[in-house]
Design a protein around this ligand. Structure first.
Ligand code: SAM
Length: 264
């Protein structure tokens, strides 16, 4: 498979690369430069509307920790909606881009580089909400890492805080194959996104751009009931799962699930 212009390194056998720590090598400078084409900010803002803002406002949240800042889309939206936001990511290239994107819009983002598994070592204080969006949790390849990350998110929250975490609908991909209208997140024009390899332990997605550059992400195909169970087991009391921002859906229909997990 061609990997034109990619500076990513998945080793000799890319489908065998299934480790949590590799995300930092996947988000290389050139992929990060492309990322905003991939997630076309205007279309994305239109598709998700004010879903997250409403969920946060409903709970009176003020201090928000964006733990998967990426290029800054949600951090900046939430700042502009009046929340007090701290932006965390484990990949330095992402934080550099997020900071630049913030500057372009007249904001100084408060960024912190931290891995979720050691989040509370690197952040200060407690938050009303933790958001982990854009199918980020999928980067964790083993259960200990998932439990540790969720426990760190839980600990970063005030006693009545909320975690909002989304994921691709991998149940549909594993059970019925891939079909996506690319309506919600991956809505950049002319970017082709599809899974090149899927099994119970890996979903390897290929992202092809108009300039012929091709990048990949190796992700763990999270099943929805499994994620809900882990959230319950680390102590979240109430978990609502939405499909593409709606309360009612058929399990095979949505592209994305959004879990809204209350600590209290
Ligand atoms: N939320 C952004 C968006 O929607 O555009 C970025 C999504 S991107 C798919 C996933 C992000 O999660 C990347 O920026 C990556 O560096 C970050 N990430 C993945 N695993 C991480 C970990 N263990 N600790 C901290 N950040 C991590």
């Amino acid at each position: 498979m061609s990997n034109t212009m990619s500076d990513q390194d998945f080793g000799e056998k890319p489908v065998e690369r299934r480790d949590t720590d590799n995300y930092v090598n996947e988000y290389t400078e050139s992929f990060v430069d492309k990322w905003d084409d991939l997630i076309d900010w205007d279309s994305r803002a239109k598709s998700e509307g004010d879903f997250f803002i409403q969920e946060l406002k409903k709970r009176g949240a003020k201090r928000v920790l964006d733990v998967a800042t990426g290029t800054g889309f949600h951090s900046i939206r939430l700042l502009e909606a009046g929340f007090d936001v701290v932006s965390v990511d484990g990949a330095p290239e992402m934080l550099i881009k997020a900071f630049e994107n913030g500057r372009k819009r007249g904001h100084i983002l408060r960024v912190t580089q931290a891995d979720w598994r050691e989040l509370n070592r690197d952040i200060y204080g407690r938050y009303d909400a933790v958001v982990c969006l854009g199918n980020s949790f999928t980067h964790l390849f083993n259960e200990n890492d998932r439990r540790k990350a969720l426990a760190e998110f839980h600990a970063a929250l005030n006693h009545d805080g909320v975690l909002i975490l989304d994921q691709r609908n991998y149940d549909a991909i594993l059970d019925h194959g891939y079909s996506s209208a690319h309506t919600f997140y991956y809505c950049g024009d002319n970017v082709s996104v599809h899974p090149e390899h899927v099994d119970d332990g890996l979903a390897r997605f290929r992202y092809a751009f108009p300039d012929k550059s091709v990048f990949h992400l190796n992700m763990f195909p999270l099943r929805k009931p499994y994620v809900r169970r882990l959230m319950r087991e680390v102590g979240f009391q109430k978990i609502e799962t939405y499909g593409d921002f709606k309360e009612t859906y058929h399990d095979t229909e949505p592209d994305f699930f959004i879990h809204v997990a209350d600590k209290k």
